[in-house]
Design a protein around this ligand. Structure first.
Ligand SMILES: [Zn+2]
Length: 503
C-alpha cells in the first residue's frame, strides 16, 4: 500500500488570496483520501509562497520521501507543491527515480507516464496556472466556509461563535430564553412591543446599550431562518450545521403572527385583574362583556361581569350583572360537562390500540411517498445548481428558485420526521383528546380556574353570557361529550354512545 503525505500551502500573497485556506484544503483532502482509500501517514502545512525555492516544511517533506517514509503526495493542486522550476524539478526527479510512486490532486489528474510528467512540469512552471482553477477554488472555498458555518459570521442571539472550531453553538445562558420568546410570539398573542418587553424581562437586552432591544432587531430575530436550521447568506438559504432552536412549522407560525400583527386591530383594554375578561361575549348583542368591582357596605369586594352595550344598531336589553362566583361555578360545570369519565378512558384506549395496528400499514406508504418527494426536490436542487454554474440562470432567478425549494424541502422533511416520531397524526390527536378530556375533570376538582378558562377557550367557540347563563358551542369532538345525558357519565360507555364516538 502506498503511503501518502498530505501537503497544504497558502501564502498571504495577493494572487493567492482566492486560494482555499489551509484548513479548507485539509478538509477537502481528507475527504478525498477517504473516498479514494488513500493511506495518509502525515499532514504538512505551510504558509509560504512557492515562487521561490527554499520552503522549509516542503523540503522536510521531500527528505522524508527520499528516506522512503512515504511514496505519495496528496495536495489540492500542483501549484500547492511548486511554482518554480527548482522545486518542480525536484518533485519530477523523485517521480523519475520512483521515490514518488503516486501524486494525487483533486483538481488535476496525474499519471507517471512521460506525458503525465510533461503536463506536471507545465503545471509547476506556469505561474498563473492557478487562475484556471480560480472559479472552482472559489466555489469550493465558499462551500467549505458554509460547511463550517463561517459565512453566517455573527452568531444570532441564543448562540455564540465557538472560536476554536469556528462553529456556532447554542449559548447556555440565552438559548432557552430565545426559544421561549419565539414560542410565545408564535401564539399570536403578542405584539412586537409586548415581545420586546418580555425579552427585556428575561434579560435579553441590546448588546451594547443593555437596554431594551430595538424593535428592528426583535423583528430580525423573529424572521431569522437560522433558528430552524438554515441560514441566509447573500440572499441565499443554506443548510446550517448548527443545532436548530425551533421547528420550521413554528417558524411559519411566527411569520403568520408577524403578518397578522401588521393588520390594524382593535385596541384592547386589558385589565388582567379580572379573570374572565375577554372570555365571553354578550349572548344578545355579541359585544364584549366587561368587568368591574364593587365594594359593598360590609367591605366585601365583588367582581361583576356585564355587557358593554356598545352596539348602536341593536339595543341590548341585558341588564344583568353577573357575579364572578356565579360565573366561576358555571365555568366549572361546563368543564365537567366536557370531561371524560375514567371508565370511558380505558375503553377508548383499548379501541385506540386496535386502530393503531390497522394504521401502521397505511402509514408506511405515506412515509415512502414523502421520502420520494424529498429526493425529487434534492434532485431539482442539484439540477438547478448545475444550471446556475453553467451560467444558464441569472443569480436572482437561481436564488429565488433555490430558496423556495429549500423551504419546501424543509417542510417535507419536518413532516416526515414528525410523522416518523408520532405515527399517524389523527391517532395522536385522538390519544391527546382522551387524555385532555379526562384531565379536565381534575381541573374542575382542583378549582384551577385559569386552566379551565384556557381549556374552554380552546375547545369552545361562541362563548356567551345571556340572562346570567354561560353558553358555549363546543367544537368537534368535544361537543359529543357535552351532549351526553348526566346519568350516562357514571356508567361504562354504551353501544349507542360508542357508535357516535367511533364515527
Ligand atoms: Zn349585550
Amino acid at each position: 500500500m502506498i503511503k501518502y503525505f498530505i501537503y497544504c500551502r497558502k501564502s498571504s500573497e495577493d494572487e493567492e488570496r482566492q486560494v482555499l485556506s489551509i484548513e479548507a484544503q485539509l478538509a477537502e483532502l481528507r475527504e478525498f483520501a477517504k473516498q479514494n482509500g488513500l493511506f495518509i501517514v502525515r499532514e504538512y502545512t505551510e504558509s509560504k509562497t512557492a515562487k521561490e525555492p527554499g520552503r522549509e516544511i516542503f523540503n522536510q517533506m521531500l527528505s522524508e520521501i527520499e528516506k522512503g517514509n512515504a511514496e505519495g503526495i496528496l495536495a489540492w493542486n500542483p501549484d500547492r507543491l511548486a511554482r518554480n522550476s527548482v522545486d518542480g524539478g525536484r518533485v519530477i526527479y523523485l517521480v523519475d527515480t520512483e521515490k514518488i510512486r503516486s501524486l494525487k490532486f483533486p483538481t488535476f489528474w496525474f499519471e507517471a507516464t512521460p506525458q503525465g510528467k510533461f503536463m506536471l512540469s507545465v503545471a509547476f512552471g506556469q505561474a498563473k496556472y492557478y487562475t484556471d482553477n480560480l472559479r472552482e477554488n472559489i466555489l469550493r472555498g465558499i462551500r467549505q466556509k458554509i460547511r463550517r458555518g463561517e459565512l453566517s459570521a455573527k452568531a444570532p442571539l441564543g448562540y455564540f461563535n465557538e472560536p476554536r472550531l469556528r462553529t456556532i453553538e447554542p449559548d447556555k445562558k440565552t438559548f432557552n430564553k430565545v426559544k421561549e420568546i419565539l414560542r410565545a410570539f408564535a401564539t399570536g398573542n403578542y405584539t412586537l412591543t409586548q415581545i420586546q418587553d418580555k425579552m427585556f424581562s428575561l434579560g435579553l437586552v441590546g448588546s451594547r446599550s443593555g437596554k431594551k432591544m430595538p424593535l428592528s432587531s426583535v423583528e430580525h430575530i423573529l424572521k431569522n431562518p437560522f433558528y430552524y436550521g438554515h441560514f441566509l447568506y447573500r440572499g441565499e438559504l443554506h443548510q446550517g450545521s448548527h443545532k436548530p432552536m425551533i421547528a420550521k412549522k413554528l417558524f411559519d407560525q411566527i411569520q403568520q403572527a408577524l403578518k397578522d400583527n401588521g393588520k390594524p386591530r382593535k385596541k384592547r383594554k386589558e385589565k388582567k385583574e379580572f379573570m374572565f375578561l375577554n372570555f365571553a361575549r354578550c349572548g344578545e348583542c355579541g359585544y364584549c362583556v366587561t368587568a368591574d368591582r364593587k365594594i359593598k357596605k360590609s367591605g366585601k369586594e365583588y367582581v361583576y361581569y356585564f355587557c358593554t352595550k356598545k352596539s348602536k344598531i341593536q339595543k341590548c336589553s341585558q341588564h344583568r350583572f353577573l357575579r364572578e362566583e356565579v360565573l366561576v361555578e358555571q365555568v366549572k360545570e361546563q368543564c365537567q360537562k366536557v370531561s371524560l369519565p375514567d371508565v370511558w378512558r380505558e375503553r377508548y384506549f383499548d379501541k385506540l390500540k386496535i386502530w393503531e395496528n390497522e394504521n401502521r400499514q397505511t402509514s408506511d406508504l405515506f412515509a415512502q411517498n414523502l421520502k420520494k418527494e424529498i429526493s425529487a426536490i434534492k434532485a431539482k436542487l442539484e439540477r438547478l445548481t448545475d444550471a446556475y454554474l453553467a451560467e444558464a440562470l441569472e443569480l436572482a432567478e437561481f436564488q429565488q428558485t433555490k430558496n423556495a425549494l429549500m423551504a419546501e424541502k424543509k417542510t417535507k422533511e419536518e413532516k416526515l420526521s414528525d410523522f416518523e416520531r408520532k405515527g399517524n397524526h389523527w391517532l395522536e390527536l385522538t390519544r391527546n383528546w382522551i387524555i385532555e378530556t379526562n384531565q379536565a375533570k381534575n381541573l374542575a376538582l382542583q378549582d384551577n380556574f385559569s386552566e379551565m378558562k384556557n381549556y374552554l377557550k380552546k375547545i369552545g367557540s361562541n362563548r356567551r353570557l345571556a340572562a346570567g347563563r354561560l353558553e358555549i358551542n363546543f367544537k368537534k369532538p368535544f361537543n359529543f361529550l357535552a351532549k351526553l345525558p348526566a346519568e350516562a357519565r357514571g356508567k361504562a360507555p354504551s353501544k349507542a354512545t360508542n357508535s357516535i364516538w367511533w364515527t
